[in-house]
Write a protein that binds this ligand. Structure first.
Ligand SMILES: C[S@@+](CC[C@H](N)C(=O)[O-])C[C@H]1O[C@@H](n2cnc3c(N)ncnc32)[C@H](O)[C@@H]1O
Length: 246
């Protein structure tokens, strides 16, 4: 059973593509006339020229909209696609789940003719995100074990342009740091279910930190400590786009 068979059932409720991030991904794909989406999930950020989506979890495939590109149940490490299948291949918020990163990247490079686009995060920055740093050190430790180092990823790609993606305060895609200015959201179990860093840690592990967050929100301590965040429009939490031209 894949991870997302267990945690993916409500993904499409809280993980709606954010239009500002979508624009960055579109720009990174450039003029590609065909795109393969690997680790495609429910189809977030897929441009209309997507020819096929690759996704191992039937639970995620079942949540794809009917008009989305055809999905094939498979994994990045062994793509059932011919060499040079599409102009571009994208892999968004997925590489940290792969069982064999090197094999997966080799496959992306094999099936892409011109460009590979990867969206992920830099753990060197992300570990300072207030939720992990102040409330959930266990989750920070969990992420240390699975985050893919940006320089390693760039090296496996044979070089890549690295772009910072700052997160809007009202980001509609509920991934890890999406609620940086809406701290109350992390107390909602439905929001937590859409984030693998929280959904893959059990409730007993999270409870003490979440209780402290709830207390700091009611006392005003969180708002006092993070007054600098409250009038910001975007936040640099470590999210990165890697764009490799082949
Ligand atoms: C956080 S979701 C991201 C989905 C989508 N790309 C998005 O941006 O919404 C991670 C996805 O990676 C998929 N995944 C896990 N292991 C994978 C693998 N070895 N190869 C390809 N996809 C994988 C999961 O099933 C899940 O759908």
């Amino acid at each position: 059973m894949t991870t997302y068979e267990g945690i993916g059932a409500t993904y499409s409720c809280t993980r709606r593509p954010d239009p500002r991030i979508a624009a960055r991904i579109q720009a990174a794909l450039g003029d590609a006339t065909s795109v393969i989406n690997v680790g495609a999930g429910t189809g977030s950020y897929e441009p209309p020229q997507t020819s096929v989506a690759i996704e191992p979890s039937p639970v995620m495939i079942a949540q794809r909209p009917p008009e989305a590109a055809p999905a094939v149940q498979a994994s990045a490490e062994s793509l059932p696609l011919r060499t040079d299948s599409a102009d571009a291949v994208m892999a968004l918020l997925t590489v940290h789940h792969w069982t064999d990163l090197e094999a997966g990247i080799r496959e992306l490079l094999r099936v892409a003719r011109q460009r590979v686009v990867i969206f992920t995060w830099d753990q060197n920055v992300f570990r300072r995100f207030w939720l992990l740093d102040e409330y959930l050190p266990e989750v920070a430790a969990f992420d240390e074990g699975r985050a893919v180092a940006i320089d390693r990823l760039a090296a496996l790609l044979g070089g890549a342009r690295i772009e910072t993606v700052s997160i809007p305060h009202d980001c509609t895609d509920g991934f890890g740091a999406a609620f940086w200015r809406r701290p109350q959201a992390y107390l909602d179990p439905r929001v937590r279910a859409g984030m693998s860093m929280l959904a893959q840690n059990n409730e007993e592990v999270l409870r003490p930190g979440l209780d402290r967050l709830a207390a700091d929100l009611s006392s005003g301590a969180w708002h006092e400590r993070h007054a600098d965040l409250l009038d910001r429009e975007t936040h640099e939490a470590g999210y990165r786009l890697l764009v490799a031209d082949l």
